[in-house]
Design a protein around this ligand. Structure first.
Ligand SMILES: NC(=O)c1ccc[n+]([C@@H]2O[C@H](COP(=O)([O-])OP(=O)(O)OC[C@H]3O[C@@H](n4cnc5c(N)ncnc54)[C@H](O)[C@@H]3O)[C@@H](O)[C@H]2O)c1
Length: 269
């Protein structure tokens, strides 16, 4: 049976860890040729080797999504190797948390924006021409539940994810108006058990003491389904948006959050 993205060429930024890694693995299992990019030069090549060994098609290219120069090179490399790009998953992101916005430095605010928002802008600017050349495709931007609701301690992060949400809708409208066959959607994960939580400084976002935030513990309290999501559960949604099963879907937002955005349920003991 043909895979759901059989024969497609897909680029996944931030592909070395967490949600990006799960997307790379799932796309490769479903028949795509995957280009995973990341700043992580240890996990990235290892992931590509693992997939190739299992019979899938994947390569790793080192990339900092904030560098426009590197975006020019990445797009040229994909054009040279494959002559096409069908799927772009703009996933790379970080979360900088502070107890209060008055504690945030301007340089941290700018770093937050550079990776989560400038990086997504650059991905579209430099990949769209190649996607248009071969008649269309799908762009999936990784936003967050924090792009739909306020998040104390994570206001800068929320601002970037809210920006990504409307950037996706606006590019969806541009592409529809151009009739270029490119669909654009955003994905909004809730609390997902990935390494990102361990990278958030202690003391921020209301977590007590010196322990890093435990996503499972946090999700048990605030998520209607009572647990954190797994990266693979987000990858499944990204696969749907990348595949032809979603050919009538553009400009929308796919919330995958264990029910958090729908409302609250009585807290469990
Ligand atoms: N985990 C969650 O609970 C959650 C919830 C909502 C949204 N998200 C979003 O999902 C995306 C993936 O996050 P994750 O949870 O898998 O985290 P993660 O930390 O496991 O993975 C993020 C990847 O992005 C890479 N990266 C960081 N800065 C980069 C840069 N400048 N250039 C290129 N790559 C860079 C990291 O090296 C890492 O491999 C992010 O955009 C994040 O905001 C995560």
């Amino acid at each position: 049976m043909a895979g759901q993205v059989e024969g497609k060429v897909a680029l996944v930024t931030g592909g070395a860890s967490g949600i990006g890694e799960a997307v790379v693995e799932l796309f490769a299992r479903e028949g795509a040729t995957v280009i995973a990019t990341d700043i992580d030069e240890l996990r990235g090549p290892e992931l590509a080797r693992r997939i190739t060994k299992a019979g899938g098609k994947a390569i790793f290219l080192e990339q900092d999504v904030t560098s426009e120069e590197r975006w020019v090179e990445i797009a040229a490399e994909i054009a040279k190797r494959y002559g096409r790009l069908d799927v772009l998953v703009s996933n790379a992101g970080i979360g900088i948390a502070v107890p209060s916005i008055v504690d945030m430095t301007l340089s941290d605010w700018r770093r937050q924006n550079a990776i989560n928002l400038d990086g997504v802008f650059l991905s579209v600017k430099h990949c769209l021409p190649l996607m248009r050349k071969t008649g269309g495709g799908s762009i999936v931007m990784m936003s967050s539940l924090a792009g739909l609701r306020g998040s104390p301690g994570l206001s800068a992060y929320s601002a970037t994810k809210g920006g990504v949400r409307l950037f996706a809708k606006s590019i969806a409208m541009e592409c529809a108006a151009a009739g270029d066959g490119i669909r654009v959607n955003s994905v909004h994960p809730g609390i997902i058990d990935t390494p990102i939580w361990g990278k958030i400084p202690t003391g921020a976002t209301g977590n007590q003491g010196n322990a890093p935030i435990d996503p499972e513990e946090r999700a048990r309290v605030v998520t209607p389904l009572g647990r954190a999501g797994q990266a693979a559960e987000i990858a499944g949604g990204v696969l749907y948006l990348a595949s032809d099963a979603s050919r009538y879907v553009t400009g929308t937002e796919l919330v995958i959050d264990g029910g958090m955005n729908a409302g609250g349920v009585p807290r469990r003991a």
